[in-house]
Ligand binder design. Structure first.
Ligand code: PRP
Length: 179
């Protein structure tokens, strides 16, 4: 099992060091933008949990965290186009400058739905930061405010991203070998 698991990691696309460097840069940008104003980071589970953990420790502005979960992919590599909110925030966001923290934007449907939902709750401001963006897969016109890496249309795993719930614990982003 272990051998098959490892051979499915086709190629490392983004190293741990590259991710670290971009997060440092993004956190600096957030610190400059908010300039000491408290923020609420909202992570979209499960994929964004690793990015969230590193990003929230890299910013220096006062920071609270919250979690939501939405489901769009089922157990495979094809996006279904159906977004379901499976876990909602516990806090009222009307007094917060909110930044949604996402691992990947693919079709854009998840974040289009989530940003529309959160805007209705009247946050002081709302921005989106994503670790990865696959613009070639977009079916909506959604764009993040901050993108760390733009990638081609390859199925990627690691650093929070899964294939069949595995590989989220890899410290880097790799291409999954579907063969
Ligand atoms: C992935 C990813 C995004 C979404 C992006 O989540 O974490 O939330 O898909 O796809 P979209 O732009 O096409 O909507 P997934 O549903 O795989 O759940 P997970 O984070 O629990 O792995």
């Amino acid at each position: 099992m272990l051998k098959e698991y490892e051979t499915k990691i086709k190629k490392i696309l983004i190293t741990e060091a590259e991710i670290k460097e971009k997060i440092r840069f993004a956190a600096k940008k957030i610190d400059e933008l908010y300039d000491g104003t408290p923020i609420l980071l909202v992570s979209i589970l499960k994929g964004a949990f690793v990015f969230m953990a590193d990003l929230c420790r890299a910013v220096t502005v006062p920071c609270e965290i919250g979690f939501m979960a939405a489901s769009s992919y089922y157990d495979g590599t094809i996006s279904s186009g159906n977004i379901k909110i499976t876990l909602d925030l516990s806090q009222d966001i009307s007094g917060y400058h909110v930044i949604i923290v996402e691992d990947i934007i693919d079709t854009g449907q998840t974040l289009k739905d989530i940003t529309e939902l959160l805007k209705k709750r009247s946050p002081l401001s709302l921005r989106v930061i994503t670790l990865l963006d696959k613009p070639s897969r977009r079916v909506t016109d959604f764009e993040a405010d901050m993108t760390l890496f733009t990638i081609p249309d390859k199925f990627v795993i690691g650093y929070g991203l899964d294939y069949g719930e595995h590989y989220r614990n890899l410290p880097y982003i790799a291409e999954y070998d579907a063969n």
